[in-house]
Design a protein around this ligand. Structure first.
Ligand code: G3I
Length: 380
């Protein structure tokens, strides 16, 4: 991920919590009232909740879903049932990245993505595409470095986008066309930027739009919700305005929303202003990768869960005020499968608990916070 700021520590977390208590960082929003009623979810494992997030969300015109992986859906029946019960939309967390679709420069391998689409459709769910142009090493195929250069990068990118988008034309909810293009306010030094140049965004969106004129095309970015990230919000607006002024097809902003106290929390006023600027451009707003880092917060699980739930409540309470926000998606649904356990583990060795369902697939206070946030959201 870009913008990997300094690692969290307990001092930063406590500062955040102090500010939150004073109401200077996060708005109490719906959070306090809702949390007063929070009880840990019922024990009993898979399917223990009779409430489904997708149903509560849909009552307000919101689409709720989660990222997921094919292997987990195939090998863990309880987990697959939970996803089917709770979600109206899924996103392959990795399976549609270039690394997974392109065994070599001349070949495309759609079998896993196709299986996921078929699984989603057979359970009455939609699927999002993530992500066509992503400069992170882990998203690029092993052959990329050494094969792609200044002379062929544009052709490689265009061929990739047009083949993949055509393959799924008319079948997906939306596509993350470019993912994480920014470092602060400036375009990040990805291979695409280096070899194609700053026009790569416009070329990417035009190519996707030509391959499927009806596709909903998204720009997806991380860390734009944090109070201190004015630069990144400005950079995002510049990208969106740039695409629109050139009449390149762009329809929504994806705000990843990997919440992190140590990034300084978010400020509802700044967030509202930014979201209004985005919706004033006529764009939809999708929360695409919601979860919550919790490397160094409290030690007791009940306290940790309530704190994470509060953050979700405050955040969703603010974002969902904007009626152009139509999709809420978590980056997986259960602590059983979260990228954070590998990539941002707790320093005290306990398992991370960033998501609405715990490792035994029981709902947590975060689940209740999401239900309340959806119930309190205005209809759209
Ligand atoms: O599948 C292999 C496995 O065979 C091998 O033994 C293991 C050893 O490390 O690696 C496994 O692959 C890992 C893969 O996730 C599946 O778990 C890769 O190393 C690892 O790099 C990859 O990480 C993914 C990361 O993106 C990089 O593409 C995460 O699962 C995925 O959740 C994460 O998602 C990103 C979004 O695309 C963009 N926004 C941020 C988000 C979180 O980082």
């Amino acid at each position: 991920m870009s913008d990997s700021l300094c690692l969290p520590d307990r001092r930063q977390f406590m500062q955040y919590m102090g500010a939150a208590a004073l109401g200077t960082v996060v708005s109490p929003g719906i959070g306090n009232a809702a949390l007063a009623r929070f009880q840990p979810g019922p024990a009993g494992g898979p399917g223990a909740s009779s409430t489904s997030l997708k149903d509560v969300a849909s009552q307000k015109g919101l689409l709720f879903g989660s990222a997921t992986n094919a292997t987990h859906l195939q090998e863990d029946k309880d987990y697959a049932n939970l996803i089917a019960q709770q979600c109206a939309i899924i996103t392959p967390a990795n399976e549609l990245k270039m690394r997974y679709l392109r065994p070599n420069p001349n070949a495309f391998k759609f079998d896993v993505g196709d299986w996921m689409l078929n699984w989603a459709q057979s359970h009455g769910m939609k699927m999002r595409g993530h992500a066509l142009v992503y400069g992170e090493d882990a998203a690029l195929p092993p052959w990329f470095n050494g094969y792609v250069n200044r002379n062929n990068a544009k052709d490689v990118m265009v061929k990739h986008i047009s083949t993949v988008v055509r393959h799924y034309a008319g079948k997906l909810h939306s596509w993350d066309v470019v993912n994480e293009a920014l470092q602060g306010a400036d375009l990040r030094d990805t291979p695409w930027m280096k070899f194609v140049g700053p026009d790569y965004l416009e070329i990417a969106y035009r190519t996707a739009g030509e391959a499927d004129p009806n596709a909903t095309l998204v720009y997806n970015e991380n860390n734009i919700e944090f109070a201190a990230q004015d630069n990144k919000r400005n950079g995002t607006l510049k990208i969106l305005n740039g695409l629109l002024s050139k009449k390149a097809p762009i329809h929504a902003l994806g705000i990843q929303s990997h919440l992190r106290w140590e990034m300084g929390g978010f400020e509802p006023g700044k967030m509202r202003k930014f979201l209004n600027q985005v919706s004033d451009l006529g764009l939809k707003i999708f929360i695409t990768e919601l979860d919550c880092h919790e490397r160094d917060n409290d030690v007791k699980i009940d306290d940790r869960d309530r704190t994470v739930a509060q953050y979700y409540a405050d955040y969703l309470g603010t974002v969902l005020e904007n009626k152009n926000a139509t999709v809420v998606q978590t980056w997986n649904l259960t602590d059983r499968y979260t990228w954070l356990s590998q990539q941002a583990p707790r320093r005290d060795g306990q398992a991370v608990r960033p998501l609405p369902f715990d490792q035994s697939l029981s709902p947590k206070p975060t689940f209740d916070a999401m239900v309340k946030a959806f119930e309190h959201a205005p209809s759209r």
